[in-house]
Design a protein around this ligand. Structure first.
Ligand code: ACO
Length: 426
């Protein structure tokens, strides 16, 4: 794994020879673990943009080439041939399941979809207008008080049962958070339905009527969920790892990930896309005026759903979801003026020099926001949908961390820039 070394010398002349590590793909990495011991120096990297916090075998991203691999499989192939539960198995266990493993996994997940009855009561304690994300953070954290029997993080079986419970129960909890928000009755899961159908039934179904899943909605959500299942060491996944590194139980660790995802710079971006489109429609501004504002450096306005910190090429997930978005908008009715505006904006930016030069493409949030709107998923559920999908990524990283022999509690350093030592006034 080691290939060459980087030399760093401090001002006293003490030198550290830092090994260079190589992964399967991606740039080489300077292993700075010996730096402090050898030289007394440490590194400064706000935002961790130049720092690998762990070794991981789950997901690989090449932002320049627009590549996303899960356990080595390109996202395009998974989106075409797989489904969300199979991708979940792949992320968790490292290999695609054979038929028996697939059936066993689906059976296990479907047998864990119900939540403890007291969680339903617990949900009733939230204020009538609580945001579904606020309820989800709270109830997932509270799961540790209901499932004590699987919170020994040093027991691999406990870790696996917790992981399965989290995957199985997250759609139930998410649908219940929405039902509480709207005042609708909480339906029990129906294990004869698929993972996604079960969720949409609990979201939109009512006890007074038979629920018939809509195949267009099911396949659109299945795709969105596959595309959001994991994205290596993003903010929420790193939060789950950092929280879990202290030995916190899995439910508490995943609740921390949900809290991180909630921020508009992370999971809230697709909601921001719809807000922006609504605002443009409301103001009566033309596409040309909107684009001119986005380019104007004296105006803080940016086009939401364009550009990406990692992808400087078309986000491969956006490419996949773009086609579904175009098909859906052609088939479904709904908010036509908003959809037309979105498509005009997409076309105009893809032909605009400013966006081409800076490699600013529509990102996955641009299309997922529009699709979720077209599917009548309420805006305050957009980030919740993301949380249901990313849940398996968080869990897989949490499990991988606990199996990693190099794993230590996460504890970054700092550059202290406060007052020098001084005495309390006498
Ligand atoms: N609209 C207009 N101009 C933009 C946009 C945009 N959406 N994004 C970047 N630019 C411009 C910048 O002004 C800058 O121009 P300059 O070189 O003339 O100064 C150039 O493109 C590079 O921008 P950076 O901010 O350096 O790019 P960075 O990679 O740091 O930012 C980010 C990525 C934060 C996603 C940015 O593109 C953005 O704000 N996009 C809109 C918000 C959004 O859609 N976020 C969701 C991203 S997906 C996710 O992270 C979950």
């Amino acid at each position: 794994m080691s290939d060459g070394a980087a030399k760093i010398t401090n001002k006293d002349g003490r030198t550290a020879e830092l090994p260079i590590l190589s992964g399967t793909h991606g740039p080489d990495v300077v292993d700075v673990r010996g730096l402090r011991k050898e030289t007394g120096l440490f590194t400064y990297d706000p935002g961790f943009a130049s720092t690998a916090s762990c070794k991981s075998a789950i997901t690989f991203i090449d932002g320049d080439e627009g590549i996303l691999l899960h356990r080595g499989y390109p996202i395009e192939q998974l989106a075409e041939h797989s489904n969300y539960l199979e991708v979940s198995y792949l992320l968790m266990y490292g290999e695609l399941p054979n038929q028996q493993q697939r059936e066993q996994f689906e059976h296990t997940i479907s047998r864990h979809t119900m939540v403890h009855e007291n969680i339903r009561t617990f949900l009733g304690g939230f204020r009538y207008d609580a945001h579904p994300m606020a309820m989800l953070v709270g109830t997932v954290g509270a799961m540790s008080s209901f499932y004590h029997d699987s919170t020994d993080i040093n027991n691999p079986q406990h870790r696996e049962i917790s992981a399965q419970r989290l995957i199985a129960k997250m759609p139930t909890l998410a649908a219940y958070c929405y039902a509480r928000y709207t005042g609708r009755p909480l339906l029990y899961p129906d294990n004869s339905l698929s993972y996604v159908e079960n969720f949409t039934r609990m979201m939109f179904g009512v006890p007074a009527e038979e629920y018939t899943p809509n195949p267009v909605v099911t396949s659109a959500l299945e795709l969105i969920m596959i595309l959001h299942a994991d994205h290596e060491q993003n903010a929420s996944t790193s939060t789950v790892r950092l929280t879990g590194s202290s030995g916190a139980n899995p439910f508490a660790s995943i609740a921390a990930g949900i809290a991180s995802l909630w921020g508009p710079a992370h999971g809230g971006a697709n909601e921001a896309v719809i807000n922006m489109l609504d605002a443009i429609l409301y103001s009566g501004e033309t596409i040309e005026q909107t684009i001119a504002r986005a380019k104007d450096k004296s105006d803080p306005f940016r086009l939401m759903g364009f550009g990406h910190r990692v992808y400087k090429n078309f986000d491969p997930r956006a490419k996949l979801i773009q086609k579904m978005c175009h098909d859906l908008l052609a088939d479904l009715g709904g908010d036509q003026p908003l959809f037309e505006l979105a498509m005009e904006l997409e076309k105009a930016t893809l032909a605009d020099e400013y966006f081409i030069e800076r490699r600013l493409y529509p990102n996955v949030d641009f299309y997922s926001g529009i699709i979720l709107r077209a599917l009548d998923i309420p805006m305050n559920m957009f980030t919740v949908m993301f949380a249901i999908s990313r849940n398996v990524g968080w869990i897989s990283h949490w499990m991988e961390m606990h199996e990693d022999r190099e794993f230590r509690i996460g504890r970054p350093q700092q550059i202290y820039v406060g007052a020098p030592r001084r005495d309390y006034p006498a």
